[in-house]
Each structure stands twice: as structure tokens, then as C-alpha cells.
Design a protein around this ligand. Structure first.
Ligand code: MRU
Length: 348
């Protein structure tokens, strides 16, 4: 097994981060010293995947605390507030971002009276705790998920919900990893995942590292594979799950869920409870990020569409809960997804 991959790390009061825009060609690690650099890395997908975004943002707030030259409490809190707002403005769909920023804000609220030096220590400790808890949650989720996977499974996944998308280990790919360790995985079908190709660039890179058998496919291939009975189940991650189980994930996920239903295949969502937004009753209210047209119309500067053609580039879509077989979390599996089942996760 490959060395454990952690795409974001807190090292010597800096954020060390694997630049995912350079994969799979190059493994470039960046050292970030300011919350603004972290915000830029999140916006430009150097770090991406909802849980990894949350971890990086929490570390961004910790950097903001260390960066601040304020000597009085009021100016220090104003500096932190600027960082919290700036980081919150990076990616609107990923709920873990807001969850993690909220945890950092709660530290400020609970310990705001402490000497500034001590408050800074608490903020760094909280960011590191968020990171560790995410890795632990993924491992637990992996075990829960693997128990649902039959032997010799051919599993289809979309986007990247692996170690790269989290603090480490992965959500959907964590389930695949745990199932592989249990000897249950015959093959992983990897959707390339247009427009930014997180599947072919990142998921395939992780599977190569782990020695897990896989084949990369164009997104449009899934239907005919299912018709030929070459897929046994689908497992994907999530960017935000509403209180009723409706799930936002990388654009194309909804189409896959419809295909899985049409072919009678299980469709699983794996996500930590930090992805669940109990404040939203259903998926209609999930904000969907729209990204630059160039992600669709160009590839490394080469035009894929006439430059005059307008583009629509939503980064995510919403899969209705009724198309989801089960939601796998670190606190247990909700099968089938229901408002009550999801609510129960938070009362455990
Ligand atoms: O735009 P991205 O690459 O951040 O989108 C990522 C996804 O859609 C993932 O599937 C999701 O965040 C879950 S990651 C564990």
C-alpha cells in the first residue's frame, strides 16, 4: 500500500498543500503563508473536494491569526473576521467550507477573552483537530461502506472523492479503498468527469498509487456499460446534502443516478456528517457554483468551442434523495435516505 496521502498539512506554522491543478503530470507541493494564498488555492482548485476545502479553510483562519500584527483585541478580531469572510467567499456549494469556518468562529467566541497569544494557539489546534477528525471519519465511513459492497464488485465513480478531496483517505474512494483491502473490488470504472477532469487526472492517479484495478472512461460511456451489465454499483461523494437527503455533487452525478435507477443498480453517496446542511430542507435551496466558461471551452489554452460561443458551466448538480440507495457517513448508513434518518445521525 502507498504511503498515506494527505493533500493539505499544517507544517511549522505554514500550510503545505499538493497543487492538484498540476496532477497527474507533476507533484508540486506549495507552502502557503497567508490566508489570502489559501483562498486563492481554494478558488483555483489547487485544493478541492468539499472536506479538503474545509480543512484548508480552517488552516487559512489559523494563518490569519498568526499573520495578524494587531496588538489590541478589537483589531485582531477584525483581522480574523476579514479572513473568515474572504475564505467563505471562495466556493459556495461545498458545505464543509462553512462548517469548518463556523468551528473556527466558535473558538473565537468561546475563547475571545484569552490573551491573543493563547487564542492563536487555540485556533491552530482547532484547525489541526478538524483535519485529524476528517481522516478518522473517512476511515470509519470506509468500513461502513465496504460492508455494503459485494465480492468481485465493479464499481463506477465520478469526480474525485479520494484522499485528495479530503483530509486523507477519501469518502467514496475511501469506501472503494476499504472494499479493496477486503478483497472485494474487481474493477473501478473512473468517469473522466468533464469539464475539469477530476476523475481521469486525480482519481486515476490515486488508484495507480494504491494499485487498485481501474479503467478511465469518457462520462458518456456509463450508460452502455450498465446496459452490458459491466457495472455492479455506483459510489460518489457529496458537496452538500440537504436535510431530506437531496445531494449536490459534481455535475454529471444526477445523470449517473438516473442511469443507475434505470438499470436497477445501487447508487451510494459517501460523505461525512460535516457535509450535511440541516438548515436546508431540500436540494432546491443548495447554491450551485457557476465557474468560468474557459473550463468548458478550452483545454490548456486550446479552443474546444468557438470563442464566440457562450458557455454554461455549473460545477455541481443535485441528485434527489429518492434516487439514492443509501448515504454512508461516519456515524452510520442512512438507508434509504430520509429526513428522519438523517436527523437521527445528529442525535447519536
Ligand atoms: O469542484 P470540486 O473538484 O471541488 O468538486 C468535488 C466533488 O464534487 C466531490 O465529489 C465532492 O466534493 C466530494 S469530495 C470527498
Amino acid at each position: 500500500m502507498a504511503l498515506e496521502l494527505r493533500p493539505v498539512e499544517w507544517v511549522d506554522d505554514r500550510v503545505r498543500l499538493l497543487d492538484q491543478t498540476r496532477l497527474p503530470g507533476e507533484e508540486v507541493w506549495l507552502t502557503l503563508r497567508s490566508w489570502r494564498a489559501v483562498a486563492e488555492a481554494i478558488r483555483s482548485l489547487r485544493v478541492r473536494g468539499a472536506p479538503a476545502i474545509g480543512v484548508a479553510a480552517a488552516m487559512g483562519v489559523a494563518l490569519a491569526a498568526l499573520e495578524s500584527r494587531a496588538s489590541d483585541r478589537e483589531s485582531f478580531l477584525a483581522d480574523l473576521d476579514g479572513a473568515l469572510k474572504g475564505l467563505a467567499a471562495t466556493r459556495p456549494t461545498a458545505f464543509n467550507l462553512f462548517w469548518a469556518l463556523d468551528r473556527m468562529r466558535q473558538v473565537v467566541e468561546a475563547h475571545g477573552h484569552l490573551p491573543l497569544g493563547e487564542l492563536k494557539v487555540r485556533l491552530v489546534a482547532e484547525a489541526r483537530a478538524i483535519h485529524e477528525a476528517d481522516v478518522l471519519a473517512n476511515r470509519t465511513m470506509g468500513r461502513h461502506g465496504a460492508s455494503l459492497i459485494p465480492p468481485a464488485s465493479r464499481i463506477l465513480t465520478h469526480c474525485n472523492a479520494g484522499a485528495l478531496a479530503t483530509g486523507g483517505y477519501g469518502t467514496a474512494l475511501g469506501v472503494v479503498r476499504a472494499a479493496h483491502e477486503a478483497g472485494k473490488v474487481a474493477l473501478v470504472w473512473v468517469d473522466e468527469t468533464r469539464p475539469v477532469l477530476q476523475g481521469s487526472r486525480l482519481t486515476a492517479w490515486e488508484l495507480v498509487r494504491e494499485g487498485i484495478p481501474h479503467r478511465v472512461i469518457a462520462d458518456a460511456t456509463a450508460a452502455s456499460l450498465m446496459a452490458r451489465k459491466e457495472v455492479d454499483l455506483v459510489v460518489v461523494g457529496a458537496d452538500r446534502i440537504a436535510a431530506n437527503g437531496d445531494t449536490a455533487n459534481k455535475v454529471g452525478t444526477y445523470a449517473l443516478a438516473l442511469l443507475a435507477r434505470a438499470h436497477g443498480l445501487p447508487f451510494y453517496v459517501a460523505a461525512p456528517t460535516s457535509t450535511i446542511d440541516l438548515g436546508l430542507p431540500s436540494g432546491d435551496a443548495i447554491p450551485i457554483e457557476e465557474r468560468e466558461p474557459g473550463e468548458v471551452s478550452q483545454l490548456h489554452g486550446i479552443l474546444l468551442a468557438p470563442k464566440e460561443s457562450p458557455v454554461f458551466n455549473p460545477a455541481f448538480d443535485v441528485t434527489p434523495a429518492e434516487l439514492i440507495t443509501a448515504i454512508i457517513t461516519e456515524r452510520g448508513v442512512v438507508k434509504p435516505p430520509s429526513r428522519e434518518g438523517i436527523h437521527r445521525l445528529f442525535t447519536l
